[in-house]
Design a protein around this ligand. Sequence first.
Ligand code: 13P
Ligand code: SF4
Length: 329
Amino acid sequence: MVKDNWKAKGYVDEAVDAADLKQAINELKRSKNAVILAHYYQQGDIQDIADYVGDSLALAQWAARTDADVIVMCGVHFMGETAKLLCPGKRVIVPDLNAGCSLADSCQAADLQAFINDHPGHTVISYVNTSAAVKALTDIVVTSGNALQIVNSLPQDEKIIFGPDRNLGSYVNQATGRQMLLWDGACHVHDRFSVPRLLELKKAHPHAPVLAHPECRGALLKLADVVGSTAALLKYAASHGATEYIVATEAGILHEMRRRCPQCEFIALPPEDSASPCNECEYMKLNTMEKLYNSLLHEWPLIEVAPDIAARAVKPIERMLEMSARLGL
Ligand code: 13P
Ligand code: SF4
């Protein structure tokens, strides 16, 4: 655990008064020439202090072009790893290294290698929510913000393995008319949104467009007005003009939705198995302002990738960035 590692490292987990935390983080950031990148699922105070807040595609794009010496990735481990692969000479920190991802965990490199061996002659497309070891077996990385367009840009008869998210893969198959072979993985947050609760909410709010992330199940996506990455859902909400929206993705995004559209009501779709009004990714919520401060102070914990894996894993990410630029994404 990170706390134990802090002690093992001989670092003190400094306590800073909550009121001073923001100023202390900003001072450290300036003195170390650091940049803070945050995903839309982070806690609101972290989104507020970040230099850039974005979806996983934007976070990779920002990491690739920053001239900062230190990148603090307020997101989950694979996001930090992607930044490290793109910027091997920089120090990349994720405030809590325990911030994993159930979707990334659903695809282990050895299992993917066996699947690839069983299906020769396929292009391997992996969602960015994967480990560097899985990316090292991959031809093209995609995110929810470019998966459709990247798959569409490939020849119609190209044989493709797509992993690890079966819901995103099915959505892309349906939208593009492809028959990609799908890895059977899912995100534990998005896979459990409730279709019956969505039907109830639609009845109660008949004019509210339904905004859904493509990691949700197909039955739910069929009921959505917009399916897209976190950035795409935000863009739609900010420009569409409705007064209320039903949101089927992790609840952290409501912070930015409410900031951009304070006059709108955003209704978080609950999960099937809980009376909770919202649906949160516990990994994303492991990062806190205190951990952000301490990690910046000690420049630790750092993301490291073994050089042999890194040399192979960066290629499909660079290919994604090149294809995204060509496609205007
Ligand atoms: P985005 O690609 O929309 O940022 O989503 C990342 C993610 O982890 C969704 O659960
Ligand atoms: Fe991974 Fe799901 Fe959390 Fe996104 S919401 S980081 S896919 S576990």
